[in-house]
Design a protein around this ligand. Structure first.
Ligand code: FMN
Length: 296
């Protein structure tokens, strides 16, 4: 996909379970085609104080605030994973276009297989998170990252926009090799007894099954708007969900919240389910079913 070779079309979604080299390695051993790092920034960040994660009907609401040890610190972990033969996608963010470029350079030189540009976190200051709500900013960031990238550049989009196709087209114009759709959907949880919002950040990002119809719609629309491949993400819990994403236009999928309950083996189980679906329905490879639900 976009020059990234995957043994199967599953990956972990950034920031869920895989926050260190040993955990990312377990995700790969659990069957993922490649692993995605927690979003990394320039300087280290503490993130928001707890509570940062709450279970809600149909999923979870989180406002971690992009806690991370900084890209430089993670370089050693990337090299360790690469040494073990694990394909690594580095997710990252910046506080400005220059910082996006600088962090991309550090991660690129560490030898990652692809870069996933997070312009879509709903839980931090706009310049670090929802930069991707604006087409011009999305295009500029993508261009800046492409200038220094030595591997494919994937831009991860937010569902918290009026027209996700406009943003996807901007990423494509900026030179993106692929798009991940989507990050979490902004939401709120209130405690009736405490009469207060549950998360310290007040609002958070909705993930899990409740996000799936929205994310699937995003993939569907983006597939009709751009030529570059799409990685579907949002509420995938089993192989059937993953197949629905492929049929809607995704070439690969990322699984996050479901791994909190399903554990590290979920990637292998979903990859095997996709394989069996292909065999049982007479298809040779994943690309035979990408976008098939669009007909024509
Ligand atoms: C606890 C938690 C932390 C997350 N951290 C990140 C992150 O660092 N970078 C990012 O791009 N997305 C992050 N996300 C969003 C996920 O990567 C994914 O886009 C979203 O959860 C939807 O997929 P899911 O329903 O399979 O979890 C996070 C999600 C959760 C639940």
């Amino acid at each position: 996909m976009a020059g990234l070779e995957l043994r199967n079309p599953t990956m972990n979604a950034a920031g869920v379970l895989g926050i260190s080299a040993p955990l990312l390695k377990r995700i790969y051993e659990g069957g993922a085609g490649a692993v995605v790092t927690k979003s990394l920034g320039g300087p280290q960040r503490m993130g928001h104080s707890n509570p940062t994660l709450v279970s809600v009907e149909g999923g979870a609401l989180n406002a971690m605030g992009l806690p991370n040890p900084g890209a430089e610190y993670f370089v050693e972990m990337i090299r360790e994973l690469k040494g073990d033969g694990v394909p690594v996608v580095a997710s990252f963010f910046g506080g400005s276009i220059e910082e996006f470029r600088d962090v991309a350079l550090v991660l690129s030189e560490a030898g990652v297989d692809a870069l996933e540009v997070n312009v879509s976190c709903p839980n931090v200051a706009e310049e670090m998170g929802m930069l991707g709500a604006d087409p011009m900013n999305t295009e500029k960031v993508t261009e800046a990252v492409k200038e220094v990238a030595k591997s494919p550049v994937i831009v991860k989009l937010s569902p918290n926009v009026t027209d996700i196709c406009e943003i996807a087209r901007a990423a494509e114009r900026g030179g993106a090799d692929a798009i991940t759709a989507v990050n979490t959907l902004k939401g709120l949880a209130v405690d009736a007894d405490l009469r207060r919002p549950i998360l310290t950040n007040v609002t958070g990002g909705l993930s899990g099954p409740a996000l799936k119809p929205v994310a699937l719609r995003c993939v569907w629309e983006i597939y009709e708007a751009v030529e570059i491949p799409i990685i579907g993400c949002g509420g995938i819990s089993n192989w059937r969900d993953a197949v629905e994403y492929l049929l809607s236009g995704a070439t690969a999928v990322e699984i996050g919240t479901a791994a909190m309950d399903g554990g590290f083996d979920i990637y292998g189980k979903i990859a095997e389910g996709i394989r069996e679906y292909l065999v049982e329905n007479g298809f040779k490879e994943v690309k035979d079913i990408v976008g098939l639900a669009h007909g024509g």
